[in-house]
Design a protein around this ligand. Structure first.
Ligand SMILES: Nc1ncnc2c1ncn2[C@@H]1O[C@H](COP(=O)(O)OP(=O)(O)OP(=O)(O)O)[C@@H](O)[C@H]1O
Length: 351
């Protein structure tokens, strides 16, 4: 089911947590709600869930206006970072629990035991916890508990699945595993899913589309590839990618970008004038005619991240690790113009 928010706004006293946003969360897709701490992503999710009232705006699930509906009337599944399973109940009873609160739409009466069990078995198979159904949550690993929480959120076949930083309590290895599991479960169940995270890599790796927010305002809505390759502004360019993009002040014109010290970088653009030039770290390669002195080298195995300055401004580059380089060394680099972007120096808007 498509989720559409129009002019959605949340004010907490003087703080505008969410500032007049318009977003369409596509039917059957996994959308990441991404941004730094405090940008309003959880507040947006809570308003969609009905856990937080709206100050202004509308929330539509398909043709249904749910803006003022109680959470239990919205047919949503929710998963938070602390899974809040019932410790005294078995895994089976935890998963079945949401069905004990609602009526079977086919009969208009409470779900029969047989139907509850069948729904639980089906969802346990989907999230691969069939062998754990008789255990208590305390007898499960963190990843297994999170699978149970997802099963519990999906058992009543919600129209929308809402996940609030569901992986942040897991260790790094488990997080990677559960990332791909959430992707698989979402693709198999085809439930429209909104996934809150502050981790750009997590958002890029599993989502169909990313909504990137800053200070309550949506900066860009795009798939991971487009958002990385074609950022709308310098905030987006800086937020996506690790190591982050570097910036140098330039004067653009005649096929070049000229730095303050007179250094010329290739730059074909229709724009002429002062700009902030963003250079992705992978834009650089060894072997070229630009001479720089390395200030730092971080060996990562498959490649190495080096630092240097251009006209006094710090720049980071990812280089092939085959050639051994060290701090203090002078190296010759070339720049791929395709991975450079021009931004308005005041507003950060892409030129
Ligand atoms: N109940 C509240 N009362 C007052 N201010 C709040 C409340 N909840 C959130 N805020 C404020 O609203 C803004 C957005 O908060 P929100 O939790 O939505 O951000 P977030 O992007 O989810 O951040 P995080 O990743 O840290 O959870 C912040 O400035 C926060 O301090």
């Amino acid at each position: 089911m498509e989720v559409r928010v129009k002019n959605l706004t949340k004010q907490f006293g003087k703080t505008t947590a969410v500032n007049h946003i318009d977003v369409v969360f596509k039917d059957g897709k996994l959308t990441g709600l991404l941004g730094p701490s405090g940008c309003g992503k959880s507040t947006t999710l809570y308003m969609i869930a009905g856990l937080e009232g709206v100050t202004d705006g509308e929330i539509m699930f398909g043709d249904r206006d749910v803006t003022t509906l109680m959470p239990e009337k919205r047919n949503i599944g929710l998963v938070f970072q602390n899974y809040a399973l019932y410790p005294h109940m078995t895994v089976r009873d935890n998963i079945t629990f949401p069905l004990s609160n609602i009526k079977d739409p086919e009969t208009g009466r409470p779900y029969s035991r047989a139907k509850r069990n069948a729904a639980t078995d089906e969802i346990a198979k989907l999230v691969q916890i069939e062998s754990l159904l008789d255990r208590k949550p305390g007898q499960l690993s963190g990843g297994q508990q999170q699978r149970v929480a997802i099963a519990r959120a999906l058992v009543k076949k919600p129209d929308v699945l809402l996940l609030d930083e569901p992986l942040s309590n897991l260790d790094a290895r488990l997080r990677m595993e559960m990332r791909s599991e959430i992707r698989r479960i979402q693709q198999e169940s085809k439930v429209t899913t909104i996934f809150v995270t502050h981790d750009q890599e997590e958002a890029m790796s599993i989502t169909d589309e990313i909504v990137l927010m800053r200070q309550g305002v949506v900066q860009q809505v795009a798939g991971a590839h487009e958002m990385y390759m074609d950022p709308a502004n310098s905030f987006v360019a800086s937020f996506m990618g690790n190591p982050p993009i570097s910036y140098v002040d330039v004067q653009v014109g005649g096929g070049s970008a000229v730095l303050e010290n007179g250094l010329r970088l290739p730059c074909r653009s229709d724009y002429a004038g002062h700009a902030k030039m963003g250079i992705r770290p992978e834009a650089w390669a060894l072997g070229g005619d630009l001479s720089v002195t390395l200030t730092d080298v971080e060996m990562r195995g498959q490649d190495q991240v080096v630092s240097f300055t251009l006209a006094g401004q710090p720049v980071r580059a990812i280089l092939n690790a085959e050639e051994y380089v060290r701090p203090g060394q002078e190296v010759h680099l070339r720049l791929s113009e395709k991975r450079c972007y021009l931004f308005n120096p005041e507003t950060g808007v892409r030129l």
